[in-house]
Write a protein that binds this ligand. Sequence first.
Ligand code: PEP
Ligand code: MN
Length: 366
Amino acid sequence: MKLNLNIEPLSAWMPNKQPLVIAGPCSAETEDQLLATAHLLAKTGKISVLRAGIWKPRTRPGEFEGIGSIGLEWLKRAKEETGLPTTVEVANAKHVEEALAAGVDILWVGARSTVNPFTVQEIADALKGVDIPVMVKNPVNPDLSLWVGALERINGAGITKLAGISRGFSSFEKSAFRNEPMWELTIQLMTLCPELPIICDPSHICGNRELIPYISQKALDLEMDGLMIESHIDPSVAWTDAKQQVTPAALSDLIDNLTVRHQEPQNPAVSDKLAELRKQIDKIDDQLIQKVAERMKVVEKIGEYKRDNDITILQLNRWEELITKRANFAKALNLDEEFTTKLLELIHDESIKKQTAIMNDKTVVE
Ligand code: PEP
Ligand code: MN
């Protein structure tokens, strides 16, 4: 696949801050909520752009579908009062026209729009002759071509201030994330078009507050250009995405705890290769941790089953069979036998601990 985009560097439209942070509520709900959040965010001095969803694409009708055009007035006021440039999601030509008329500084195309070339083309047509930065989120499904196609359509309309937003992908498999990061797809896009700025959206990847620092750091370590993080003055009462929003104060701490790592490429060829290999390692490690977590979930189920059927925790023959089989398999893959045994014992110990806790749980309940 070839990708020739005519784009300007990020420094042409975003302050050159490290890390660059776009923050604000998932949805503009009330004027007070938006202004109060914006003021607290601005006070941190760590935010470059204020975001707010005005029109919300919801899975089911009847859910809060965004406050609509009135929210643009609030956003205008927030900008006047805080000096922060603003960004909103646009999903059709009317949204584009209204956002432009309200002086919104940056537009973004949401994941549910990127999946639909008709929608993206409608947005692109509405942008013809306009000079405004546009950020394109990856599509909901893990399809790089759709993402690339959307960027091409917007760029084809003459938009040269362009960025991608990596917000994770829907996956059939259950995981710790709301949307699987699938970093390899973003890395492929970065490889296809190294000059395209990439922002990471840890909020929609994680779906919960707890994992956001980890994903934010990971994005910076993958050399992404910035972060878009949802922040709400009181996340517990947020009308949308309550679980994944953080207060402005928590966001400020999160940013302070991020490490911006610099590369010192003495020999560019060597450092490129090293970076590529490290990305592979990071990906594999993430998979390893996820698999271990999955294994522990199954272990818990077995524990409950054993408890309910009065079966002992440790069955020596099963353990012996397991360790022999795995050790042979590992040996066939050139892994050191002693290492494999140690690793399995460590996992097994933890499994026994978990099952013991489950058994004891019953004693307490009874
Ligand atoms: C959002 O940013 O509020 C949003 C709806 O995101 P996405 O398009 O990534 O689901
Ligand atoms: Mn959201």
